[in-house]
Design a protein around this ligand. Structure first.
Ligand code: C2E
Ligand code: MG
Ligand code: MG
Length: 576
């Protein structure tokens, strides 16, 4: 032990065991003893290369050379810590007392002379740390007052706005959407009847219920006496909004105690979306508040009319789809595909139809997207596949050849565990060869496909099923990507077929797709063939199959059988 280090006479008590003390002691015999002593109660940290420690510190202790070396950095650290106190203590020989403090007194909070009296030193360290601790606690209290609701402890409007702002930035980077929902609970009625104190009591119970109902991963805030806010950035999925609103709506069933009475309060939920409804966080919250004012009867109200219409359409379609399953309202229609080069087996694309009890038909473009978002598509696809196998099995042979059917599926279906086994089982059960069934996925779907889904698609192809890329030419699949796909067919999008033979651009793209298909050894199908001229053009260009209104419209199974019989009787397949 160095002579300069005098043993302690009293036990120092640490105000905070985890305080970090930065040592900037360049030399002298004191350094090791100081460090050892401090390390028993605190975390001792040192500069990291040319910088002060990145994780910060609560007290810096420097000697003269240390202070000169780190003067600038310490000044910056203290300024950055404002308004919180960040103390600095200087160690200096008694003889240097006047000299060394000159010009630095504004930076120093305390100094101690060497040789050091250990007890005095530790006491001074404690005092500085306590002052720092108090400053930190005051800062935390201030932050709490500014950002949190006093009664419920939830984030308040100020913090909620900051968080919405941050979520908007993150949504921008990810190119995704964001929803903000505001929940209005009619506490004003409670206020009229039982007074302000009881309202706060009721608000606390409401908050607790809302936290439970919203679930763990939802960011809930109290915006005003009777308003709560929820931020949702689940990729801007409408489905997530409805799920949440349905859960929040159950608040209406929760009894809330207020002034000795039990009241039941039905929430009103307003939703605004970014970027459609506002470009600032405050604007987005205001939009949701405005929407909440219009909400009625348990359904959320959306800020814009289009959102309102889209939300209503979604809600009704989803409910309708569930009913459609129970009541057997789906039909599988068939649109013939005819070979343009050599004779081929009878082929068709199966297209789902939804017939409402009123007799009206809902086009697939209206309900397939809702089914995809809600997850109901899995049930729809199972129904389509099962119905299609049954139909193929019942159709028998046409001049020795059996019906080939193309079915539309989505990546969600491909991800279903056990799909390949189920399909092979169906093949055996119905005596259908896998090659008779082709699965169509749109180009946009396959472009976004992840590796496991791609692997499942390969498994289907390996089992002998056909894979077609639907609406080809509209997505952005690169040649490299096409090469990795297990497809055997390209269906040229009808937007290009529409333009031939007149439009040279459409013809050029069609020609390029045909060349591409041939280079990759893929079959080509032209969809949307609407006149004889197009057929001739496509036939001459080497396209394998044609499909479109000119050949036949999609039709129910009985009509399709009649169509097949007519084609056979005419001795023409294709009947063009
Ligand atoms: P898609 O697979 O590209 O089907 C072709 C669509 O083009 C069908 O519309 C068909 O009626 C229409 N079409 C056929 N020929 C012509 C033509 O010459 N001119 C014009 N203008 N249109 C023609 P549909 O039946 O309304 O189906 C629309 C989309 O809905 C389908 O596009 C497909 O993506 C989806 N879809 C249909 N059925 C199912 C299904 O069972 N499952 C899934 N997942 N999606 C389906
Ligand atoms: Mg299709
Ligand atoms: Mg298509």
């Amino acid at each position: 032990m160095s002579a300069a280090w005098r043993p302690a006479t009293a036990e120092a008590r640490s105000p905070a065991g985890t305080s970090r003390i930065l040592l900037l002691i360049a030399g002298g015999g004191n350094r090791q003893q100081i460090e050892r002593e401090l390390a028993q109660r605190f975390t001792v940290v040192h500069p990291e290369g040319d910088a002060l420690p990145a994780d910060g510190f609560d007290l810096a202790i420097a000697d003269g050379p240390g202070l000169r070396r780190w003067n600038h950095a310490l000044r910056e650290a203290k300024a950055a810590a404002q308004p919180v106190f960040l103390p600095l203590m200087l160690l200096l020989p008694r003889t240097d007392l006047r000299d060394r403090r000159r010009g630095l007194s504004d930076l120093l909070d305390d100094f101690i002379t060497t040789p050091i009296d250990r007890t005095e030193f530790m006491e001074r360290v404690q005092i500085l740390l306590r002052a720092r601790q108090q400053a930190l606690e005051q800062r935390d209290e201030l932050v709490r007052l500014v950002n949190f609701d006093r009664a419920t402890g939830l984030p308040n409007r100020h913090l909620f706005t900051d968080r919405v702002q941050a979520a908007m930035r993150s949504a921008d980077t990810r190119g995704a959407g964001l929803f903000v929902a505001v929940i209005h609970v009619p506490l004003a009625h409670v206020l009229e009847s039982v007074g302000e104190l009881a309202v706060e009591e009721a608000a606390m119970t409401c908050s607790a219920h809302l936290c439970d109902l919203a679930g763990e991963n939802v960011d809930l805030a109290r915006l005003r006496m009777d308003q709560w806010g929820v931020r949702l950035f689940d990729g801007g999925r409408m489905e997530a909004v409805f799920e949440l609103c349905a859960r929040i709506d159950r608040l209406a069933d929760c009894g809330i105690e207020a002034g000795g009475e039990t009241v039941y309060l039905a929430p009103r939920i307003g939703v605004a979306s970014y970027p459609a409804d506002a470009d600032s966080a405050a604007g987005l919250i205001d939009a949701a508040i405005a929407a909440a004012g219009r909400a009625r009867g348990g359904e959320p109200a959306f800020y814009t009319m289009e959102q309102c219409a889209a939300a209503l359409h979604y809600l009704r379609t989803e409910a309708g789809l569930r009913e459609a399953f129970a009541d057997g309202q789906f039909e599988l229609w068939l649109q013939p595909k005819v070979p343009l080069q050599a004779a081929g087996p009878p082929s068709a694309e199966a297209l789902i139809r939804w017939r409402l009890p009123s007799g009206a038909m809902v086009p697939p473009g209206d309900f397939i997207p809702v089914a995809e978002t809600s997850g109901l598509i899995r049930d729809i696809t199972r129904w389509v596949i099962a119905t299609a196998f049954d139909l193929v099995a019942r159709t028998g042979r046409d001049r020795g050849q059996r019906l080939h059917l193309a079915l539309n599926i989505t990546p969600v279906d491909v991800q279903q565990p056990g799909l390949s086994e189920w399909l092979r089982g169906l093949c055996r059960e119905h005596d259908v060869a896998p090659g008779q069934i082709e699965f169509e996925l749109t180009e946009t779907m396959v472009c976004d496909m992840d590796e496991p889904t791609l692997e499942s698609l390969h498994a289907l192809r390996a089992a002998g099923f056909g894979i077609a890329i639907d609406d080809f030419g509209t997505g952005y699949s690169s040649l490299g990507y096409l090469h990795r796909l297990p497809a055997n067919t390209l269906k040229i999008d009808r937007r290009f077929i529409d333009k031939i033979p007149g439009d040279s651009g459409g013809a050029t793209v069609t020609r390029a797709i045909i060349d591409l298909a041939q280079a990759f050894n893929l079959q080509t199908v032209a969809e949307g063939v609407e006149d004889a001229e197009q057929i001739e053009y496509l036939r001459a260009a080497g396209v394998d199959y044609g499909q479109g209104f000119h050949i036949a419209r999609p039709m129910p199974e009985t009509d399709f059988r009649a169509w097949l019989a007519r084609a056979r009787a005419n001795g023409a397949h294709p009947p063009t």
